[in-house]
Structures are given as structure tokens and as C-alpha cells.
Design a protein around this ligand. Structure first.
Ligand code: 13P
Length: 256
């Protein structure tokens, strides 16, 4: 039994209109409970956040944005600030997703500024790290994620850190149908926890939830969640359908 409350999040990326968001949430809420041992989060696109917040009843589901700027306001055409997301009732913001890093040129410095700013605005960052295929094949997974974590958390106030959510998303597993094996996920998660322990301390490291993301599906969720350092999941494609996301939320430990 893990002592961290798990977190299962659906990152919808650039999918779902307002109407589709509301239908999804209404259906999902009918099918799940307010669990004590697990937290359920959805991350709709910016345009559907307000409607999602309104459609959420009780405490069954929490809300995340997928990205934000780091400044509170200013001349940044097309950007959305953390203050605006807080105002909409967001609990979390995904920061440093590999699609932001690789398709939109987000640097480690930008990821660091966003992480600090999300915390400063009273929300929790879901900070994503992960290696590309070439890096894994060259045996560089640990140094790559080590560097990403170190840079993103640079200067962060220790008091806030235990709330952090870290997501290990190997880039080669995102949207490819190739999932990391439970052992591969555990190996990196355990490395990340050691790293957090070195950066802060063991007590803090043991509080931080580390999610796995990359082709999580109903048929691999139980084996991934059985790993001691896998504290939850960041789900892309399988989080778009109520049936598959419901099954992922309802993961079971072996023997249950
Ligand atoms: P897939 O589950 O579609 O591989 O996406 C994972 C992801 O990027 C979640 O943030």
C-alpha cells in the first residue's frame, strides 16, 4: 500500500469543444465515486476550462490547464496567464509537456519560470520530464531527466515542493502505442525520487507524486500502478473516451 494518494489525469491536448467537454464530464461523474485513495483530474483545452468547472459537481474531479505563460499579465498576444487560470478555478497546470518542449521550443528556463509561477499563483504544476528515443538508446535517460528536474525546480521554495506533481513521460511512448514496461517506468521513477531526495530531503521526496505517461491504456494500467514509485498516470489518447478513462481511473492492484 502506497502512502501517497494517487492521481489519474487526462490530458486532452487539442481535443474537445465545450459541448464535448460537458458531455464527457457528465458521463464520467455518473460512473465514478469521490475516491479517498485516488484523485481524478482532467485537463481540457483553455476554451473549455470554464465550462468544465461549471459541469463538475462535488469533489469527484479536479481541473487542470495544459499550459500557461509565467507572467501575471502584459503584452503577450495569445498567451494565458496563471492568474487567469486560477480565476477559472484550475487546481493544476501541466508544465513542460514534451509537445511544448519539442513542437513549441520551450526551454528548461521557460519551464522553470512556469513552474515557479504556477505555484506562486496558488496552483500545482504537473511538471513533465522525459527522454527521446535516441537518448534512451544511447543510455542517457537518467542524465536527461536529472537535468530537466534540476533545471525546472531551481530556486523553488521548499515549503511548496511537497505538493508538486512530477510526470515521467518518455517521449518515445507518447501517442505511439509503445508503453514503457512497468520495470522501465519504476526504474526511472525511483531514480527521480532519489533525485528529489538529494535536491530537498527524503520526507519531501516521499510526498511528491510521480505519474507515468505514454500510451497508458486499460490493459496496461494495473501493471504500471502496481509499481511502488508509480503514483498515478497522465493519460493522452485513452483519456478522450469515457469508457477507457473510467477503466484507467478504476485501476486495480493485483489480487484486488
Ligand atoms: P498518450 O497517452 O496518447 O500516449 O499521451 C500521453 C501524454 O502525452 C499525456 O500527457
Amino acid at each position: 500500500m502506497k502512502n501517497r494518494r494517487s492521481l489519474v489525469a487526462a490530458n486532452w491536448k487539442m481535443h474537445k469543444t465545450v459541448g464535448e467537454t460537458v458531455s464527457f464530464l457528465e458521463a464520467l461523474q455518473d460512473r465514478i465515486e469521490a475516491y479517498e485513495d485516488r484523485e481524478v483530474v482532467v485537463a481540457p483545452p483553455f476554451t473549455a476550462l470554464a465550462a468544465a468547472r461549471q459541469a463538475m459537481e462535488g469533489n469527484k474531479i479536479n481541473l487542470s490547464a495544459q499550459n500557461c505563460h509565467w507572467e501575471e499579465k502584459g503584452a503577450f498576444t495569445g498567451e494565458v496567464s496563471p492568474a487567469m487560470l486560477k480565476d477559472l478555478g484550475c487546481d493544476y497546470v501541466i508544465v513542460g509537456h514534451s509537445e511544448r518542449r519539442h513542437l513549441f521550443g520551450e526551454t528548461d528556463e521557460i519551464v522553470q519560470k512556469k513552474t515557479a509561477s504556477v505555484f506562486a499563483h496558488g496552483m500545482v504544476p504537473i511538471l513533465c520530464v522525459g527522454e527521446v528515443l535516441d537518448e534512451r538508446e544511447a543510455g542517457r535517460t537518467f542524465p536527461v531527466v536529472n537535468h530537466q528536474v534540476e533545471r525546472a525546480l531551481d530556486g523553488l521554495n521548499c515549503r511548496l515542493v511537497p505538493a508538486l506533481v512530477l510526470a515521467y513521460e518518455p517521449v518515445w511512448a507518447i501517442g505511439t502505442g509503445k508503453t514503457a514496461t512497468p520495470d522501465q517506468a519504476q526504474e526511472v521513477h525511483s531514480f527521480l525520487r532519489e533525485k528529489l531526495s538529494a535536491l530537498f530531503d527524503k520526507t519531501i521526496a516521499n510526498k511528491i507524486r510521480i505519474l507515468y505517461g505514454g500510451s497508458v491504456k486499460p490493459d496496461n494500467v494495473d501493471a504500471l500502478m502496481a509499481q511502488p514509485d508509480v503514483d498515478g498516470l497522465l493519460v493522452g489518447g485513452a483519456g478522450l473516451e469515457v469508457d477507457s478513462f473510467q477503466r484507467i481511473v478504476q485501476y486495480r492492484f493485483p489480487g484486488e
